[in-house]
Design a protein. Structure first.
Length: 87
C-alpha cells in the first residue's frame, strides 16, 4: 500500500496497513489520527525512502501517537486491546 504523507510517499507492508486499519476499526484513532500516524511514520529516522514500512515501525509510531512523551495509561479499551495490537 502506497500512501502520501505530506511531501513524502510512504509504502506500507500489508501487515502495517492492516495494523493501522485495526487501530481505526477499534476506535483508537479517527481519520485525522490515521493521517497523524502516517505523518509520524514518515518522520521516523528508521524509515528508508522507497522501502516498505513494516508493522514494527507502524507500532512504534502508533505508541508515540497514543502515548506522547512515553507516558503510560490510556483508556481501558486500549488496555484490553493492547495484546492484540502491540504484541
Amino acid at each position: 500500500m502506497l500512501l502520501s504523507s505530506g511531501h513524502q510517499e510512504i509504502r506500507l507492508s500489508g501487515r502495517a496497513a492492516r495494523f493501522i486499519q485495526m487501530l481505526h476499526d477499534f476506535g483508537h484513532v479517527d481519520e485525522e489520527g490515521v493521517d497523524r500516524l502516517l505523518l509520524g511514520i514518515g518522520e521516523l529516522p528508521e524509515v528508508v525512502p522507497g522501502a516498505p514500512v513494516d508493522i514494527d515501525l507502524a507500532r512504534k509510531a502508533a505508541a508515540m501517537l497514543l502515548f506522547p512523551g512515553g507516558e503510560g495509561g490510556g483508556s481501558s479499551m486500549l488496555v484490553e486491546d493492547w495484546p492484540l495490537l502491540f504484541s
